[in-house]
Design a protein around this ligand. Structure first.
Ligand code: PEP
Ligand code: MG
Length: 576
């Protein structure tokens, strides 16, 4: 029996290849007294040279995949590495204080960072994170350790990592990434959502992946079953390679649906939309034939930075997204921090239950300066495309009314100042069971509702979406969830407003027939799931599915009952 690592099946498909550990090495340095100054100066220059050449490679690749704007950060890194003042100050430190190059360079760069922090210019302050990146790179070369970077990949690999951050430039490197294995995360964590949007097979939450798997190990990642086979034999490799080829052929077939609209076999039209996190997702959204964006999470704009982004920085991003995706409608969600997405520089209080704490709209209403700045940026950007604004985690009507009143206030101030703005729909996420139960009341006050099943399932089943120990309770097809979903759709339609879903359930093949049968208007999902969902819907008869919905909602006792009913009603369903 082969050694096998088990995790959570996070993104479909099989990948086989060699492991690339994307794990930051230990970069702790000790202060040493130097006697051979020439040797130390030489060591410093060699490390600097190696770092410059590495950054140049990253810069060239980033320019190709992200354009000059996306690569700007790396040209800033290169400029710092080649700054004559920095080089001279480090040399002087080595010569006069007899300290090792690691300490000399880090001290000089830290002084540099302090001077950035002392300015009033937010953009200059931003540069402090660049300083830390540059110090890390040079230190790694001085210590002779490898600082992994996805932008340096030259051949296809299976990336093994602790967890993925929004700042890991995964999209740009995706053509070299065969699969992902992570220690942390669940099906709805950032890494999983990202892997699915890029169509890369992934197993997350293995807990020990980074300890067990070493650079160059041969593995098979099965993102549909959640297993990682270590050191597979030839027969296993052959089967996996065939599965990879079949998948590529299927993706090619699906690509022909890219410019189609989405209609069921009996002519019911729905909108297939994409979820996105940063402007770098735009090419992937377009490439997968999204008809709209049903959710742009704005957290990453805030998490990717060392302090709050300014109104102008946000405006530039929102404008870019709206312009490039026009005339498609784009739903941008206001900040949803807290829970599994803390913002370290806000110094939020430690909470015993962050998912039940000061999260999302609760934070926005408590820190109105941050909320107002985001709303102003959105309102100004609305002139450049088809914007819809959505508030997250609404639990009570009071919360929605307060948020809407602040929006109206900012809008009227900008109108007085004659700032051009577009027509904007304002809606809410329904992801708290209280809001789902009161959907009929909300439906009269909002322009649209979007069901956030990632949280709605967690809150309804009382099962933390990131906790592997209770993942067996995290059941999207549970009749209790289906009843809530149906209730929301019915309430929206009774009030004449559209209902969307932007939780991961919207792209799940078992859920899709049920949602179509319930009359969901818009399905928003990781871009990588759009084409297969379009194909699936084109094979379904929406009217016939009403009977299935009726039995799943009213006669099923368990999730398994629902799965059995769906599979009986829709034979040949693709795997979840
Ligand atoms: C959701 O809860 O379903 C959702 C889409 O929001 P997030 O995953 O960002 O919490
Ligand atoms: Mg949510």
């Amino acid at each position: 029996m082969r050694a096998m690592l088990k995790g959570i099946a996070a993104s479909d498909g099989v990948a086989c290849g060699r492991v690339y550990r994307f794990v930051e090495p230990d970069l702790t340095v000790k202060k040493r007294t130097i006697t051979n100054l020439d040797y130390e100066l030489n060591r410093f220059h060699q490390a600097l040279e190696a770092a410059v050449s590495e950054v140049e490679t990253i810069e060239t690749r980033a320019t190709k995949s992200l354009g000059a704007d996306g690569a700007q950060v790396f040209s800033a890194h290169r400029a710092m590495l080649q700054d004559p003042d920095v080089i001279a100050a480090t040399e002087t430190k080595i010569k006069t204080e007899h300290v090792n190059a690691e300490v000399a360079f880090a001290t000089v760069m830290n002084d540099f960072a302090q001077s950035f922090l002392a300015t009033d210019n937010a953009l200059t302050k931003e540069r402090t994170s660049d300083v830390h990146d540059v110090v890390k790179r040079v230190t790694a070369h001085l210590l002779g350790v490898n600082l992994p970077n996805l932008a340096l990949l030259k051949e296809p690999v299976v990336v093994v990592t602790h967890d993925l951050n929004p700042s890991d430039t995964v999209s740009a490197a995706s053509k070299y990434i065969l699969g992902f294995v992570t220690d942390l995360g669940g099906r709805t964590s950032h890494s999983s959502i990202l892997a699915r949007s890029l169509n890369i097979p992934a197993v997350v939450g293995t807990q020990t992946g980074t300890q067990t798997l070493m650079d160059g190990d041969s593995v098979i990642v099965n993102g549909s079953t959640g297993s990682v086979v270590m050191d597979p034999d030839q027969a296993e490799l052959d089967t996996a390679k065939q599965a990879m080829l079949d998948r590529i052929a299927n993706m090619k077939r699906l690509a022909t649906l890219r410019n189609h609209t989405t209609t069921s076999r009996d002519g019911v039209g729905v909108t297939l939309a994409a979820n996105m996190g940063t402007a770098s997702d735009i090419p992937n959204v377009l490439h997968n034939g999204a008809e709209a964006v049903g959710l742009m999470r704005t957290e990453f704009l805030y998490m990717d930075s060392e302090q709050l982004p300014t109104e102008d920085e946000q405006f530039a991003t929102y404008r870019q997204v709206l312009e490039k995706l026009a005339p498609r409608p784009v739903v941008i969600r206001t900040l949803d921090i807290g829970g599994d997405k803390p913002l370290p520089y806000l110094h939020q209080k430690q909470e015993a239950n962050p998912f039940l704490g000061a999260r999302a709209i609760r934070q926005s209403l408590a820190h109105q300066n941050i909320f107002r700045s985001q709303l102003r940026a959105l309102l100004r950007a609305s002139a450049y495309g088809n914007l819809r604004i959505m508030f997250p985690m609404i639990a009570t009507l009071d919360e929605f009314r307060q948020a809407k009143a602040i929006y109206d206030d900012e809008r009227s101030k900008l109108t007085t100042a004659r700032v051009p703005m577009g027509k904007i729909q304002v809606g809410m996420m329904v992801e708290v069971p209280a809001a789902a139960m009161l959907a009929d009341r909300f439906a009269h006050e909002v322009d649209f509702m979007s069901i956030g099943t990632n949280d709605l399932i967690g809150y309804t089943m009382a099962a933390d979406r990131t906790n592997q120990d209770v993942s067996y309770l995290y059941q999207p097809y549970h009749p209790a969830i289906l009843r809530l979903v149906q209730r929301i759709i019915t309430a929206g339609h009774a009030a004449g407003i559209p209902v969307a879903m932007c939780g991961e359930m919207a792209g799940d093949p078992i859920a899709v027939p049920l949602l179509l049968g319930m009359g969901l208007d818009e399905f928003s999902m990781g871009a990588g799931s759009i084409l297969k969902t379009r194909q699936l819907i084109s094979q379904l008869n929406a009217k016939d599915l009403q009977g299935l919905v009726e039995s799943a909602v009213n006669s099923a006792d368990t999730s398994q009952d629902v799965i059995t009913m769906v599979q009986a009603a829709v034979p040949d369903l693709p795997q979840a």
